[in-house]
Design a binder for this molecule. Structure first.
Ligand code: F6R
Length: 608
């Protein structure tokens, strides 16, 4: 949720920290701060609001120090004000700490430290770490951090600076991502790869319980027992361009336009010369695949909507019952998982706390867990039995777009593989579906080549306070995703419903002021969708339909039509969602909203 960056080397640390924080700002943006060690002291600068406020304060009096830590915050404990912004310091102001995650026992520790004479200045759990370190420090910073970790319960990634050690950052993690960027005569610490990419492509991923001592020329890692660890280096192939705007006004718009490439990359290499779908990542024998008697899909938010699409695909093609459960509910409902259950955890970030908890629960019960994620080396990849990567490239906009459609592409592959192995579709049927699937990225390009209809529509409805999204079958999760996109970036209330369910309640909301967005692409239930459109229009609603190219009739039933190319019904989810992403995007833009950093949201939700 929050972003961490640290630097030690020959250059002015504040410049590097601010640039690193800029690439992490999507992780949290209610306040930001840096601490620089210099001349035997630690100087902290913090500001509420966007990073620009901190940058202006630092520019007014730039510190010359060459080592520092920085943080961009998404509030969990304590309001977003300057006192609660990171870095936090101890009583003497000689130790500075930045932290992602939650310290669950902070109240108990705080009471103990206050009783011992420590004075707290913030409401945060993080400040507890600074005072705890002060109480444990006996000249060896790494030892103090290791001792502090033994007292902390919860999840954390931390970076620590001490005025007595002006060449060293100590970093540690448990259940929250942290990497070390290994450079030439300089090293970095960060919660996410884009923060270090300007300086190096060589990274080490810290594992849970590990403590890293980072100097300009060395990185030493020990495990929770203090035993040395040789961490494996990873070379990052993608460059910073992939994480920058590349001429687009916002990351979200860029990422919407990157969908054809993300889809092609995710589908690439999935069919062998023999015409069979390949999915070695599942790492299951054919016998094991045939013995699966139930699939659970667990995910949050947009990834949950991808899971709902997958339910239809797997049930229709592979004939296995599928239950899709939001991760925050999954593990608390005593799920019926055993060794014949396949559990699919969908998480673009690979760090969502609730989904990770679901993965652990499922594995404990003997289920086979396959993760679908976009982030190489993320937590979920290390906790699951197998991983299918979506190759969407870094997604910076907080609202998920290209990772959503890439997840659906990966789920097509999974559903077809299950059907192939279980013999519920024959080779010819799979070949037919695959041929259509190969055309989908090109169809998305077609949709993106003319934005005039969606822009016009957004201009008409930008000032409405509420909206309804309807669909049937695979159009239901598409409607849900369209509604989620609209509400999270434009702040217009949006509610999604199965179109047939609408007359059982939500129809009461219909007035001429509440536009209704209908997923009305070609399907077996198309006629029924048209009847639902007539029901809402009879009550004064204006209708925006997403429909299949050449469906001229739909224009008679709608104020606006957003056309998408024709594909078989089960492949329509990816195409139908793109106009809805764009509709949300333009409505939000026309309302003057910050689409990349909507209020109260964070890119990866690493707390439960
Ligand atoms: C919405 C959005 C969120 C995420 C959700 C899960 O645009 O981005 O709803 O989909 O927080 O995140 P991941 O997929 O990283 O587990």
């Amino acid at each position: 949720m929050c972003g961490i960056v640290g630097y030690v080397g020959p250059k002015r640390a504040s410049d590097i920290l601010l640039a690193g924080l800029a690439s992490l700002e999507y992780r949290g943006y209610d306040s930001a701060g840096i601490a620089i060690a210099e001349e035997g002291r630690v100087d902290v600068t913090r500001r509420v609001g966007k990073l620009a406020n901190l940058s202006a304060a630092v520019a007014a009096d730039p510190p010359a120090g060459v080592i520092g830590i920085g943080h961009t915050r998404w509030a969990t404990h304590g309001r977003p004000n300057e006192e609660n912004a990171h870095p936090h310091t101890d009583c003497a102001g000689r130790i500075a700490v930045v932290h992602n995650g939650i310290i669950e026992n902070y109240l108990e520790l705080r009471e103990e430290l206050v009783a011992a004479g420590h004075t707290f200045r913030s409401e945060t759990d993080t400040e507890t770490i600074a005072h705890l370190l002060e109480s444990l420090y006996e000249g060896d910073l790494t030892a103090a951090v290791a001792a502090a970790l033994r007292r902390l319960h919860g999840s954390y990634a931390i970076a620590v600076l001490h005025a007595d050690h002006p060449g060293t950052i100590v970093a540690a993690r448990l259940d929250s991502p942290l990497i070390i960027g290994v450079g030439e005569g300089e090293n970095l610490v960060a919660s996410d790869i884009p923060a270090v990419l300007r300086h190096t492509r060589e990274i080490l991923v810290l594992e849970d319980g590990e403590v890293a001592t980072v100097d300009a020329n060395s990185v030493t890692v020990v495990d929770r027992d203090g035993a040395p660890v040789v961490s494996e280096r990873m070379h990052i192939e993608w460059d910073l361009d992939a994480a920058e705007k590349g001429g687009y006004e916002d990351f979200m718009l860029k990422e919407i336009h990157e969908q054809p490439r993300a889809l092609r990359e995710t589908l690439r290499g999935r069919v062998g010369d023999d015409g069979l779908i390949q999915l070695s990542e599942l790492d299951m024998t054919d016998e094991q695949v045939r013995s699966i008697d139930r699939v659970f899909i667990t995910a949050c938010g947009t990834s949950f909507h991808a899971g709902l699409v997958a339910k239809t695909l797997i049930e229709t093609w592979a004939r296995i019952p599928v239950e899709v459960v939001v991760s925050s509910e999954f593990r608390y409902r005593d799920p019926l998982v055993d060794d014949r259950t396949l559990v699919v955890a969908i998480t673009q970030s690979g760090e969502t706390a609730d989904t990770l908890a679901g993965v652990r629960e499922a594995r404990q019960r003997g289920g086979k867990v396959i993760a679908i994620t976009n982030v190489v080396g993320s937590r979920v990849t290390r906790e699951s039995d197998g991983v299918i990567y979506t190759h969407a490239g870094p997604e910076i906009g907080v609202a998920a777009t290209k990772t959503f459609t890439a997840q659906i592409a990966a789920l097509y592959v999974l559903a077809l593989y299950l059907a192939q192995t279980r013999g519920t579709l024959d080779r010819e049927q799979i070949g037919g579906i695959w041929a259509h699937l190969q055309d989908v990225p090109g169809h998305v390009e077609t949709i993106l080549s003319d934005l005039s209809a969606v822009q016009e529509c957004a201009a008409v409805y930008k000032d409405r306070y509420s909206s309804l999204f309807l669909g049937r079958g695979i159009g239901v999760p598409v409607a849900m995703e369209g509604a989620l996109k609209l509400k999270e970036i434009s702040y217009i209330h949006a509610e999604a419903y199965a179109a047939g369910e609408m007359k059982h309640g939500p129809i009461a909301l219909i007035t001429s002021e509440v536009p209704v967005v209908v997923v009305a692409t070609a399907s077996d239930t198309y006629e029924k969708v048209v009847s639902n459109i007539q029901e809402v229009r009879a009550r004064g609603a204006e209708v925006i339909s997403v429909a299949t190219q050449d469906d001229h009739d739909i224009a008679k039933h709608s104020e606006h039509v957003l056309y998408v190319p024709e594909v078989p019904e089960l492949l329509s989810a990816i195409l139908a969602v793109v106009p809805l992403q764009l509709l949300a995007y333009y409505i939000a833009k026309y309302r003057g909203c910050n689409v990349d950093q909507p209020r109260n949201l964070a890119k990866s939700v690493t707390v439960e």
